[in-house]
Design a protein around this ligand. Sequence first.
Ligand code: TMP
Length: 221
Amino acid sequence: MQHGLFITFEGIDGAGKSSHIEALAQAFGAAGRTVTLTREPGGTPLAERLRELLLHQPMDALTEALLAFAGRRDHLRCVIEPALARGEVVLCDRFTDATFAYQGAGRGVDAGLLSQLEHTVQAGSGQNPDSVRNPDLTLWFDVAPEVAAARLAAARAPDRFEAQPVEFFRRVAGGYAQRMAEAPARFARIDAARAREQVAAEVLAQVAARGWLGGGGGVHG
Ligand code: TMP
């Protein structure tokens, strides 16, 4: 059986990551892999209810972080770990880096506390009870906050995060940069200011370069 692969997609709101997730799922499907497409906040019935609260209910930053990790725990146990154990490719739109970037760098929640939560919530997964589950690859769609804001302005009604000022997104982007500096081997930074086709090509190239688009499946989720 093939090894499971856990790939996450990150970036500030308006970075344009969503369309590329679907394209990568198609590429893995064409390479014969079974893909689970999922997202955070969300991914299970419980976590999707928490997502609604996070995006629309006023609350303080620590409450946001606790809800994000509560949903993540349920998502890991019910969706991500079982799919990886079946040898599938899990493509997840946002994961823990978003909590460090948004609640940590953006809102000021202590990074040490987030780290403790990360280790508790993501522990004991997979075969080894001492391990902490982390993505095999995180594609960080990096774009200037002004460019992202212009893209968002043309899109849907903003949620609690999308309504934040450019300054907030500058801090969030700094949070992603910090996470990449702490785990450079896990990250690929994608320049998301370029045309969509160029970004799509680089996403595929980053994954192919790791030898993951080799060769039997379908798309779930
Ligand atoms: P999405 O629009 O990409 O689905 O993301 C939903 C919003 O939730 C986005 O503004 C980022 C935010 N978010 C957090 O603030 N903390 C988290 O831990 C996660 C996963 C997302």
